[in-house]
Ligand binder design. Structure first.
Ligand code: PMP
Length: 438
């Protein structure tokens, strides 16, 4: 008897309609390189790098080897008041990788924890420098910053928020930048929409810069359906934040570690934030881990109290976990040795051309891309939002391709090891499927 022959309600699955899923389960047993293998032995090409995390492909030998040898050495060491050398080494490597003076890593276990950690650091920093009234946090409509209360509060996706209020007070939101009337079928960064950054000036006029601690945005919004920042938008946010003494946080849980063809979006767009949140590609998804990269300015302001005092009353039992650090160091080695960020950059033009070929279908109202990420937005069916894209999801799975959908948007973010032939497989499969979707 397999687990699916009996009641399966013991496992409450995340972000999944549990009752519908368990009537028609899709069970993955193993994964290697670009492919999953299902319980029934079907090969599925991973069009999403897991959940935007397996950038070096599944089951990388070097990463697995590093985890295995760390298992034999030590699987836990206390995170508070003692440390192990891999955590120091990994932080040092990350400081070298991230641009500018983002020289300090605070380790967490997920993207959600990284976001809430960054928001707490932002407030603590303002207090530490004698500006305790700077507490407001500005997020953005359509933003996804994980599922903890801070991230939910600055996030801007209604279904994620609505069951859980009241959320944090002292939060406001910028408008999103998604505008199909002007930017549909943009290749790379859309040209219209930098002016949306000016709305930060309205929020400053409303609340006063003296009350605002930080602005947090995803440089490229992933979960809301791959919203690529308009040319000049991030630069303008940076200018306004600097002019008004407001911290700028980039949530790079998706965009760090090669997705856009560079170490992170800050490097790709040449805009320097004060903090960066990461997770996912940090360990190639092999061991759960997140990190907040913190600039010298913020770090130094926190290090000025009495030397024997804890500077930040915050942390997790598993911060800097030895298995995660071993996986992370090996992951950075693999990214470097295989030049995967360069590979993503080199493949981007091929990828762009391939996915934009799907615009020929009537149901497709937008195709967008940057680096090795893309989205195909479908016209929603009347009163049945999300149904078209989910039909594509189910048909793709049957045809041996895993995609991700959010509302009526198909999001694609394959492992950076993908070949041109595998890109063709993705677009040919979707081409066939879109032809059947009315
Ligand atoms: N921030 C962003 C931008 C994300 O994309 C995600 C996850 N998709 C998170 C935060 C939350 O990460 P996690 O699921 O690891 O908590």
């Amino acid at each position: 008897m397999t687990v699916f022959d009996k009641d399966t309600s013991a496992y409450w699955m995340p972000f999944t309609p549990n009752r519908a899923f368990k009537k028609n389960p899709r069970i993955i047993e193993s994964a290697a390189g670009m492919y999953y293998t299902t319980k029934d032995g079907q090969q599925i090409l991973d069009g999403c790098a897991g959940l935007w995390c397996v950038n070096a492909g599944h089951g990388n030998d070097k990463i697995n080897g590093a985890i295995k040898s760390q298992v034999d050495k030590m699987t836990y060491s206390p995170a508070f008041q003692a440390g192990h050398s891999l955590a120091f080494e990994f932080a040092e490597r990350l400081a070298q990788l991230f641009p500018g003076d983002l020289n300090h890593a605070f380790f967490t276990n997920s993207g959600s924890e990284s976001v809430d950690t960054a928001l707490k650091i932002a407030r603590a920093y303002q207090k530490a420098r004698g500006k305790p009234e700077k507490i407001k946090l500005i997020g953005r409509e359509k933003g996804y910053h994980g599922v903890n209360f801070g991230g939910l509060s600055v996030g801007g996706i209604m279904p994620n928020r609505q069951a859980f209020g009241p959320l944090l007070s002292e939060v406001d939101h910028l408008p999103h930048t998604h505008d199909l009337s002007k930017n549909a079928f943009s290749e790379g960064q859309p040209t219209h929409g930098a002016d949306k950054a000016e709305r930060l000036l309205d929020l400053i006029a409303l609340h006063g810069a003296h009350t605002i601690a930080a602005v947090i945005v995803e440089p490229m919004a992933g979960s809301a359906g791959v919203l690529v920042p308009p040319v000049g938008y991030l630069e303008r946010l940076r200018e306004i934040c600097s002019a008004h003494d407001i911290l700028l946080i980039f949530d790079e849980v998706i965009t760090a570690f090669g997705r856009l063809g560079d170490s992170c979006a800050a490097a790709r767009f040449n805009v320097q934030p004060d903090l960066i949140t990461t997770a996912k590609g940090l360990t190639n998804g092999a061991v759960p881990m997140g990190a907040v990269m913190v600039s010298d300015r913020v770090h130094e302001a926190m290090m000025t109290g009495p030397e024997n005092m804890i500077e930040l009353f915050h942390g997790y039992t598993y911060s800097g976990h030895p298995l995660a650090c071993a996986a992370g160091i090996a992951t950075l080695d693999v990214y470097g040795q295989e030049d995967l960020f360069g590979r993503a950059r080199d493949l981007a033009p091929y990828w762009q051309k391939a996915i934009h070929s799907l615009k020929r279908h009537d149901a497709v109202i937008d195709v967008r891309n940057i680096g090795l990420v893309g989205a195909i937005e479908l016209q929603p069916r009347e009163d049945k939002a999300g149904e078209r894209a989910f039909e594509a999801y189910l048909k793709a799975f049957d045809a041996g391709l895993l995609i991700r959908t959010t509302a009526d948007i198909i999001a694609l973010s394959p492992p950076l090891i993908i070949s041109e032939e595998q890109i063709d497989f993705i677009t040919n499969t979707l081409d066939d499927i879109l032809a059947t979707i009315q």
